[in-house]
Design a protein around this ligand. Structure first.
Ligand code: ADP
Length: 709
């Protein structure tokens, strides 16, 4: 390394005074060190034929020499420039310590970014004895230092001194202003923070520090609360302030680190840009916890109010429904008697369309006046809860008088003042009509009762009459029976005598009888027998009627009885040329009954069948019905038959289908009526099935044991 004090070359002739003046003016106007240095180097390159040059600053606050401007130096070389101020042995620092410029003829040893072998280092001093504030390094072709370089070094030194002392002053002033700013933001009761965009704290006032910073000796809970607040704050910023450049407003819920209670803040954050600090965020937190409470309370009372309003509305609606559903007119009037509420039926009395004419309007006015006077009556009667009266209303449309009963009740306020009068009107028309109808009904009912009584009395009278007639008839019947019984007896005695004598005459007791005499005697005999039979029949009927026919019960076999009947009628059967057969269904039990009477019935059936069957056959059937415990004896013929209308009559006394004297059959019409009476006595029945031309079937049904009496 070769180093020597530079020799100053006199001022380059031809260098324009003007360009120097221009540089001086620029430096005077500039407050920027970098710009000033660069301008100075540019001047040297332009006016002093310098190829490479740099300006390094020696700032007391900085540990390194600062390369603030360079010309002809590669970017890498500039970046490598690193000279610490402690390296007192460094040739550059040593050169700067000298009062004069130093010439170097070997560059590598001082790690200068200037890569030429030869260069000058000119210390920058404002005053000859003052501190070195930097160095101007210029490349050189020889040891001579151009006077222009020296001039530039001198003006640049002055400029550096001026700007550095100005910067120091500014910094001191800035420090003061900073303090002032701190006291201002601390005086604000809202937490204020300056953060980077991620929420990292740069500056905070004491109120913010309470929320976002914990002292060394803070409890665990405090630390955790602070950590949580920081997290919440960063999250809030990342969703608001960072995405917007304008003022962002949002709510932020934080924790009071000392109390542990919730604190609600309104976070106002805005982004700001600073050349030195870059982008940062200013946030102001306004405590709105109480505001939120107040808002909640207001909301709650508003909600309560809304609910109450809805309830009142519902109540009113319900009331309207109730009032409208009542058929009777209902009116609510205030203290002045003005109607404040009424249902539809009431409207019909107090409202008519304007188009309905004068008369209805007049009636409505009259109704209103009547109501008002009624209500004023109610109002004067203080102390009474109910008031009842009649109001003479009229139907506005028809003018018909409406008798109305009004019931009024008063409604008092909580202070006991009368607020409303509720009046219910009840149309009495119907009630009056009902009353009238009721009176009519009562009269009609009384009339009816009277008539019923009369009829009942008449009926009782007739009943009595009938009862007497019945007794008289019974007596007459008994007398008749008695008479008939007596008469029959009286008839039979002489008739038996006739029969006895006829019999004797016929058997020649009184001498020989000629044939014509015999013939006549036979006629007397048969007619007498017929008469006797008739008298016997009448006697039977009268006996039965008089209840004097005795029952003689015995056990007997039905088939035996039937055979007995058949053999008794044998001569008639033979003469009739009819086939008479018996038919038995199943086994018949021994019957206990009045054998004589049963025989009389069967005998009557068979003789009728023989009598009214000109040809064909007669069947006698016998059967037993186990379930009914009844025996049945039927006599079926193929004879004339009995027309339907005569079938019930043949059982009446003296009834014959053909009662003309020309009829060809004997009999008095008493046989079947006696049979029916006898069957009744035995607890049995007689049934007839017959059709004209198809024959008849008479059936006697008998209980196998006599019924209990
Ligand atoms: P009568 O002594 O006249 O036979 P009944 O009382 O026995 O009296 O009979 C009454 C009438 O019933 C008879 O006159 C006859 O007209 C009719 N009648 C009875 N049985 C028969 C029969 N089997 N077929 C047709 N008619 C009959």
């Amino acid at each position: 390394m070769h180093r020597s004090v530079a020799r100053v070359v006199p001022l380059t002739p031809g260098v324009e005074l003007e360009s120097k003046l221009a540089l001086s003016e620029f430096l005077l106007a500039s407050t920027d060190l970098e710009a000033s240095s660069r301008q100075s180097l540019d001047w040297l390159v332009a006016n002093a034929n310098i190829r490479q040059a740099l300006v390094a600053l020696n700032e007391p606050s900085h540990p390194n020499l600062l390369l603030i401007a360079a010309h002809g130096v590669s970017a890498n070389a500039a970046a490598d420039f690193n000279v610490t101020r402690d390296e007192t042995e460094h040739p550059l620092l040593q050169a700067m310590a000298r009062p004069e410029p130093t010439f170097f003829d070997h560059a590598s040893s001082i790690r200068s970014p200037i890569d030429t072998q030869l260069y000058h280092v000119v210390p920058l001093r404002a005053d000859p004895g003052g501190a070195c504030q930097g160095a101007l390094v210029v490349s050189s072709s020889g040891p001579e230092l151009p006077a222009d370089v020296l001039w530039v070094a001198r003006v640049l030194a002055k400029q550096v001194d001026r700007l550095i002392s100005r910067q120091t002053l500014a910094e001191t002033r800035f420090g003061e202003e900073r303090m002032l700013l701190y006291s201002i933001i601390n005086a604000v009761t809202d937490p204020i923070l300056l953060t980077d965009t991620e929420g990292k704290l740069i500056i905070a006032n004491t109120h913010a520090e309470k929320l976002f910073a914990a002292p060394e000796d803070a409890s665990e809970g405090w630390r955790r609360a602070v950590a949580l607040n920081n997290m919440l704050f960063s999250a809030a910023l990342s969703t608001s302030a960072v995405t917007q450049t304008d003022l962002a407003r949002r709510e932020l819920l934080l924790v009071d680190p000392l109390e542990g209670s919730d604190l609600l803040f309104e976070l106002l954050s805005s982004r700001a840009k600073d050349e030195r600090q870059g982008t940062y965020v200013v946030s102001i937190l306004r405590n709105i916890t109480d505001l939120a409470h107040a808002r909640e309370e207001i909301e709650e009372s508003y909600r309560t109010l809304r609910v109450a309003q809805a309830e009142v509305r519902d109540e009113r609606h319900r009331l309207d429904l109730i009032i409208d559903s009542v058929v009777d007119p209902i009116l609510v009037t205030d203290q002045e008697g003005d109607i404040v509420l009424m249902n539809e039926p009431a409207e019909r009395l107090f409202n008519v369309p304007a188009s309905s004419g004068e008369a209805p309007q007049r009636r409505v006015r009259a109704n209103g006046a009547n109501l008002t006077s009624f209500v004023s009556n109610v109002l004067t009667r203080t102390g009474e809860q109910r008031y009842r009266g009649e109001i003479p209303f009229s139907d506005p449309q028809t003018g018909r008088l409406l008798p109305v009963e009004a019931v009024a009740g008063t409604i008092l306020s909580e202070q006991g003042e009368l607020v409303w009068v509720v009046t219910i009107l009840h149309d009495l028309t119907e009630a009056i009509e009902k009353g009238r109808l009721y009176e009519q009904l009562k009269f009609a009912s009384a009339e009816l009762e009277r008539k019923v009584q009369e009829a009942t009395a008449e009926l009782a009278q007739q009943n009595e009459l009938l009862r007497r007639q019945h007794i008289a008839l019974e007596q007459a019947s008994a007398l008749k029976s008695q008479f008939l019984a007596n008469m029959s007896h009286e008839f039979r005695t002489p008739l038996n005598a006739i029969l006895g004598y006829t019999h004797m005459l016929l058997h020649g007791v009184t001498g020989t009888v000629t044939d014509p005499q015999r013939k006549s005697l036979s006629r007397i005999d048969s007619n007498s027998r017929h008469l006797l039979a008739l008298i016997n029949d009448i006697l039977d009927i009268t006996r039965i009627e008089a209840g004097r026919m005795p029952l003689n019960l015995s056990s007997f076999q039905i088939p035996d009885l039937v055979h007995e009947v058949m053999s008794e009628l044998e001569p008639i059967i033979r003469r009739s040329n009819l086939t008479v057969t018996t038919r038995m269904k199943g086994k018949l039990p021994i019957v206990k009954s009045d054998r004589q009477k049963v025989k009389q019935i069967v005998l009557n059936f068979l003789s009728n069948a023989l009598k009214f069957t000109p040809q064909g056959s007669v069947t006698i059937g016998m059967s037993y019905d186990k379930s009914e415990r009844c025996v049945a004896i039927l006599v079926r013929d193929t004879g004339l038959g009995i027309p339907l209308e005569a079938q019930s009559k043949v059982f009446e006394d003296f009834r014959q289908i053909d009662s003309s004297p020309a009829r060809g059959y004997g009999g008095a019409g008493l046989g079947l009526s006696i049979c029916r009476r006898l069957a009744q006595m035995l607890g049995g029945t007689i049934k007839l099935v017959s059709a004209v031309g198809a024959g008849s079937t008479f059936t006697l049904k008998l209980p196998a044991r006599p019924p209990r009496r």
